[in-house]
Design a protein around this ligand. Structure first.
Ligand SMILES: NC(=O)c1ccc[n+]([C@@H]2O[C@H](COP(=O)([O-])OP(=O)(O)OC[C@H]3O[C@@H](n4cnc5c(N)ncnc54)[C@H](O)[C@@H]3O)[C@@H](O)[C@H]2O)c1
Length: 453
């Protein structure tokens, strides 16, 4: 006599296979979603999933961050504390600091950093450590999706062996593994995680199916590719595309400087062509967690197969040269005023890598501040998003942008073009301005005071 199948705690048919069970849990939004790393990528992702009904557990190793999430106190620009509060008070989201709850999760999404080592090679230590922790608690029927940006081959050649060796389970049969690179553009109001197409790749059909289904619950268009490796390359290519095109316009800026031409005028005119061109703008260099880092992941992988990615190397070289070019241009302006750098006071306006954000990781403004400090320049900065910075052991506090503060500086250096700043007022009160972002180029102000990059 056969015994009656017992209903599972989730009410799912107990005789179905791991993939069928997982699919039902996802479709009914009864799946518990784990998000490892609640940073710029992980926290918005976690909140989005709660909005469609999933219960989310965030694993965040930084106890201060975990506590702030549980107090609905957002530390990420794109996550509103009120929306976070809804998720917390409705018990849809909680943050923990350990991996003990992994067994309760049906889908686990990895959003930890993938930085570079000092030698510009991939540092996968965060990803590997998380894979070890998940592997220890892995059970049949779980989907693991890597969202961190990385070189082609990481999911299959690094994560899969760790998970399989530690757990003794098999991908595609017992558990499912995919790569779905995050494409978030922090601060972008038009394209959010919901309406930005999502790439998904996996090396077995069940993993691909499960991951596609999971992402379809919150994202309009999910684009499947044939492998995790292809998905990994899609992401690093996208960021390489940006790095190379930014380098191209930066090179044009360096050339225009020699030809005594206004690079902004040239680009604005070129961008009036309705086809065959795309707007990219020069600046003081590239920053953030993507453009200065991701192309090097691809460069490193290419070397492994004896291939030289020359565009990447050249783009990196040109973009890295920009902060030093800004420094020399600042000195040229000061020289015209008869002020030696060591006697000069420069007010740096905006220090984040991108406007309207609080993220100053890898920001070129920091590189410029390092150069100018070595030159004994007296430095001040104003950034409405960053109250204090520490550069080479020296602490700077953001000063207020009063007319007198602007007027007191020998040079105002616009390093980031935050929208909330009144640039007309800046130019009106400043002695001279060096504008590395072209934000003042269309202002009705005294143009003789402004030097554009
Ligand atoms: N920031 C972006 O705009 C962006 C966009 C697309 C992709 N990415 C990629 O996404 C990944 C994450 O980037 P981010 O900007 O969110 O990084 P982040 O530094 O803002 O957040 C990562 C979080 O992971 C936590 N963490 C680190 N190790 C952990 C561990 N072992 N267990 C639990 N938590 C851990 C950190 O404390 C941190 O809070 C990177 O690979 C990055 O390249 C970032």
């Amino acid at each position: 006599m056969t015994s009656e199948p017992q209903p599972s705690p989730h009410g799912i048919d107990p005789v179905s296979s791991p993939i069928e069970k997982l699919e039902q849990l996802i479709l009914t939004r009864q799946a518990t979603v784990g998000v490892v790393g609640l940073g710029y990528v992980g926290l918005p992702f976690a909140v989005e999933k709660t909005k469609v009904g999933f219960n989310v557990i965030g694993i965040e190793q930084n106890p201060q961050r975990a506590a702030r999430v549980n107090q609905a106190d957002s530390y990420i620009d794109d996550v509103d504390s009120d929306i976070l509060k809804q998720a917390i008070t409705h018990n849809k989201l909680k943050a923990v600091t350990s991996f003990d709850n992994v067994v309760d999760m049906d889908v686990i999404v990895i959003c930890v950093p993938t930085p570079l080592t000092k030698n510009l090679t991939p540092d996968l230590s965060y990803v590997e450590s998380v894979a070890h922790q998940i592997g220890t608690h892995l059970r049949p029927g779980q989907l693991i999706s890597l969202e961190s940006t990385t070189y082609p081959g990481t999911t299959d050649d690094v994560i899969r062996p760790i998970l399989e060796n530690i757990s003794g389970l098999k991908q595609g049969q017992d558990f499912f593994l995919a790569h779905s690179p995050e494409r978030v553009d922090p601060g972008n109001q038009r394209y959010t995680t919901q309406n930005t197409n999502k790439i998904v790749g996996a090396s077995d059909p069940s993993s691909l199916k499960a991951a596609e289904l999971f992402y379809q619950q919150t994202i309009q268009y999910v684009v499947p590719v044939s492998s995790a490796k292809a998905a990994e390359l899609v992401k690093v290519f996208e960021n390489t595309f940006r790095a190379v095109n930014i380098a191209l316009v930066n090179e044009l800026a360096l050339l225009c400087d020699r030809l005594d031409l206004n690079v902004w005028e040239v680009l604005d005119a070129a961008n009036t062509k309705p086809f065959g061109i795309m707007p990219f703008y020069p600046g003081p260099g590239v920053g953030g967690h993507c453009i200065p880092i991701d192309p090097h992941y691809l460069e490193w992988k290419a070397k492994e197969v004896n291939f030289n990615t020359r565009f990447i190397a050249l783009a990196g070289e040109i973009n890295r040269r920009m902060p030093s070019f800004v420094r020399s241009k600042a000195f040229r302006v000061l020289n015209q005023l008869g002020i030696a750098p060591s006697k000069a006071k420069i007010l740096v306006l905006g220090i984040t890598y991108k406007k309207d954000l609080a993220d100053w990781r890898e920001s070129p403004a920091i590189e410029i501040i390092k150069f100018l400090s070595k030159d004994q320049v007296t430095l001040e900065y104003h950034d409405p998003y960053v109250a204090e910075i520490s550069v080479d052991g020296q602490t700077f506090k953001s000063i207020s942008l009063a007319p007198q503060t602007i007027a007191n500086a020998d040079l105002v250096l616009i390093a980031t073009d935050h929208s909330c700043i009144d640039y007309e007022q800046v130019v009106n009160h400043a002695k001279v301005v060096l504008d590395t972002r072209g934000i003042t180029r269309n202002l009705d102000c005294d143009r003789t005071k402004v030097t554009l990059l």
